[in-house]
Design a protein around this ligand. Structure first.
Ligand code: IPE
Ligand code: IPE
Ligand code: MG
Ligand code: MG
Ligand code: MG
Length: 325
């Protein structure tokens, strides 16, 4: 099997081969800017990894569809940063800040279409399966993003509603990546489905970790502004869990903090972190992330992978939940 660093190299070479240096540069330069600078590239890495569990020759029929997921993901980030009013991403200015919102909208649109272009490299006999998987996934991501925005205005979101929202905005794309590799490798449905569930559970752990990092990340590694979820009244895992466990007598305070304005960002972040600390949120989060990690690993127990392959999935999963950015 290819190592993870070899897989990353394949992805980087693939990205360099995309022809993004095109005109009009006002449309393409922002795409090159966001795609070339990197990010963790976990979705194509996972797709290449699950493919490589069953097939040894990594070539363009898996590389380009894997890159399609990265391009689609990057598109969602470009639009997400407008929606979330975020200035920094991957350690640099977001596209709507460096250029403007109209640029971010249109460059994002092209990226979502480019994703379909590169998905079409799958072998013809798998095209219909891959297209329906990807289309269903892409629609769910938008649904999840809409819930994410709707929830900003609702102070009392339940854990169930939260999990449904992150399942859609984040977990389905990671699940899709894991299944894509398996489908292109031509495995039986049962195995592809087990990998989908693996990716979904991992995706849940991934978004809870993202919510955790939004509050507690080291700004030197994070690449995004810390504390934005609090300022935006996002119903992050931290917020929803805190509402669940805060004593009745303290709830009023919690809602007061949520109603603080963007002009009081620093004070709002500090006050909310105090509420988080009161319920001992770090331990709660660690436990929840571990729970999803364990169920991810459980879902691939019985699909006939040898120890080396299980370990590769395990290392990948661990990397996702112990990351610093
Ligand atoms: C950020 O995704 C958005 C979420 C779904 C949490 P990543 O954390 O994968 O972002 P990059 O691609 O590494 O920048
Ligand atoms: C983003 O969630 C999910 C998608 C882009 C679909 P977040 O809004 O938490 O992602 P970050 O923190 O901005 O990367
Ligand atoms: Mg968002
Ligand atoms: Mg965001
Ligand atoms: Mg986030």
């Amino acid at each position: 099997m290819y190592s993870d660093s070899e897989i990353l190299k394949i992805i980087k070479n693939g990205i360099s081969s995309l022809d993004l240096n095109k005109k009009p540069s006002g449309l393409y330069a922002p795409i090159e800017y966001i795609i070339s600078v990197g990010g963790k590239r976990i979705r194509p890495r996972l797709a290449l990894l699950t493919y490589n569990l069953f097939c040894s020759n990594i070539d363009e029929k898996i590389i380009y569809p894997a890159l399609a997921l990265e391009i689609f993901h990057a598109y969602t980030l470009v639009h997400d940063d407008i929606m979330d009013k975020s200035d920094r991403r991957r350690g640099q200015l977001t596209i709507h800040k460096k250029w403007n919102e109209n640029t971010a909208i249109l460059s994002g649109d092209v990226m979502s279409i480019l994703a379909y272009k590169y998905l079409a490299y799958v072998p013809e006999e798998r095209l219909s399966d891959v297209y329906s998987l990807f289309t269903d996934t892409a629609i769910k991501v938008c649904e999840g993003q809409q819930y994410d925005m709707d929830f900003e205005k609702d102070p009392a979101i339940t854990m169930e509603e939260y999990k449904d929202m992150i399942g859609k905005k984040t977990a389905v794309l990671i699940a899709c990546a894991a299944k894509l590799g398996a489908i292109i490798a031509g495995v039986e449905d049962k195995v592809a489905q087990a990998l989908y569930i693996f990716g979904y559970q991992l995706g849940m752990a991934f978004q809870i970790t993202d919510d955790y990092l939004d509050v507690y990340a080291d700004p030197n590694f994070f690449g995004k502004n810390v504390g934005e979820d609090i300022v935006d009244n996002k119903k992050s895992w931290m917020q929803v869990e805190t509402l669940r466990y805060t004593e009745e007598s303290d709830k009023k305070r919690l809602f007061e903090i949520m109603s603080m304005s963007r002009d009081e960002a620093e004070a709002k972040i500090l006050a909310m972190k105090e509420m988080y600390a009161k319920i001992g949120i770090k331990e709660h989060a660690e436990k929840e992330i571990k729970k999803y990690y364990i169920s991810a690993m459980k879902s691939v127990e019985d699909i006939g992978l040898d120890e080396e392959k299980i370990n590769r999935l395990k290392n990948f999963a661990e990397m996702l939940i112990t990351r610093k950015n």
